[in-house]
Design a protein around this ligand. Structure first.
Ligand SMILES: [Zn+2]
Ligand SMILES: [Zn+2]
Length: 402
């Protein structure tokens, strides 16, 4: 009787081990579909095999397949009947396809006219919607974490990089489950509001190793995965998600980016800690009219901060005009970024000095102001903090678990 019980238990354990991979693949091995440059409209692209031979599958009425060998390239064009392709060795595929898939090689270089080339790996799918082609890169969560953190992780500190890997993986896991992009064939786009992604051309060996060391770990609050927020530099003070986004996220409270008794602010060494920029008043008015105007009721002659949090970060802005408009500091900042670029007004934590023709902005920090400060994480690692301590510091009340 006793032996039967043990045998049954053993059988259950064994079958769990055997079956486990079938129903729950480790997070880092799961695939994520990344929309590449989804905002751009383009009808031509070129893919060149930098490394390996790529299987190319043409889907549509006259489906076919071929091989793109190393060094060869393939130009795809969108024409009224669908997509057509031409290989550099002269092969033509002119039937008008609905989808073209590349897989099996190591590295593929993507060129879209007028845009920076991007190096891609794993699976690349090209299809189209209306007048633009669409590109989706299917990669593993691990590959995505390595690519994004190699690019945005300005640090060489292993503990800071580990914290960043866990942060990026948590965002991906959350976004795969709660996609911000509906009715499109991808889970995340390549922009900052999802996770910034510009292919694997910047990949760093060190990040790859550290991502593997923290494999499958994500940040949880009350057992549930969270969407951790982050910024390049907080400028000494982190604002709460409540103040900036109006959302209830207890793990994103306001606090100074300062470790008790350990010197200056954690991100004090960031080039974005203090910044100044002088802008022409006319340029600023142009910005207001281009970004927000429309019709007679929407002509704005100026703006002012409407609400500022205790750290001096502008939470809300009033646009002055016949009918004033109130908008969040975050929306105003995103519009500023789009108009003046990332090196214009780096954050909403600034003061202004009005001169006759110009405005001098003096600011602190770079980014939206909430969550992990990347330069601060680097500073904390330099103050001997381990990655779990760094994550606890920026996301209080959370735990890191698989
Ligand atoms: Zn997105
Ligand atoms: Zn900071």
């Amino acid at each position: 009787m006793f032996m039967t019980k043990i045998f049954t238990k053993l059988l259950i354990v064994l079958s769990f081990i055997v079956c486990y991979p079938c129903f729950s693949q480790p997070l880092d091995k799961q695939m994520v579909r990344v929309g590449i440059r989804p905002e751009e409209v383009f009808s031509t692209l070129r893919l060149q095999s930098f490394s390996g031979n790529w299987r190319v599958e043409f889907a549509g009425a006259s489906a076919t397949r071929d091989l793109l060998t190393e060094g060869e390239d393939c130009t795809i064009m969108l024409v009224p009947k669908g997509m057509v392709a031409r290989f550099s060795d002269g092969k033509e595929f002119g039937a008008g396809f609905s989808k073209i898939t590349f897989s099996g090689g190591a590295l593929l270089n993507l060129e879209i006219p007028d845009l920076q080339p991007v190096l891609l790996q794993n699976i690349i799918e090209v299809d189209f919607a209306e007048n633009s082609m669409r590109l989706v890169n299917k990669i593993t969560v691990h590959q995505h974490v390595v690519s994004s953190i190699s690019k945005i992780g300005i640090t060489n500190e292993p503990e800071a990089l580990k914290a960043l890997c866990v942060m990026a993986r948590s965002r991906l896991a959350w976004l795969i489950a709660n996609t911000q992009h509906k009715d499109v064939p991808y889970d995340v786009c390549d922009e900052e509001h999802c996770v910034p992604f510009c292919g694997c051309g910047y990949n760093r060996e060190l990040v790859d190793i550290l991502a593997s060391m923290t494999a499958d770990q994500i940040i949880r609050y009350g057992g549930k995965p969270i969407l951790p927020r982050y910024q390049n530099t907080c400028g000494g003070h982190i604002s709460s998600a409540k103040d900036i986004f109006g959302t209830d996220e207890p793990y994103h409270p306001a606090h100074p980016d300062l470790l008790d008794g350990k010197g200056s602010e954690n991100c004090f060494h960031s080039p974005g800690f203090h910044w100044t920029i002088e802008l022409q008043k006319v340029d600023f008015l142009d910005f207001l009219s281009i970004a927000f105007a429309g019709g007679a009721d929407r002509i704005y002659t100026g703006w002012e901060p409407a609400r500022v949090d205790s750290y001096g970060r502008i939470q809300q802005v009033t646009l002055r005009g016949r009918v004033p408009k109130i908008l969040s500091g975050i929306d105003f900042h995103r519009a500023l970024n789009e108009y003046f670029g990332p090196n214009g007004i780096k954050s909403m934590k600034f003061t202004m000095e009005l001169l006759r023709r110009t405005i001098i902005f003096r600011g602190m920090g770079q980014g939206e102001g909430v969550g992990l400060c990347i330069y601060g994480a680097d500073g904390l690692a330099k103050k001997s903090q381990k990655y779990l301590e760094i994550l606890k510091f920026y996301y209080p009340g959370t735990e890191v678990k698989q």
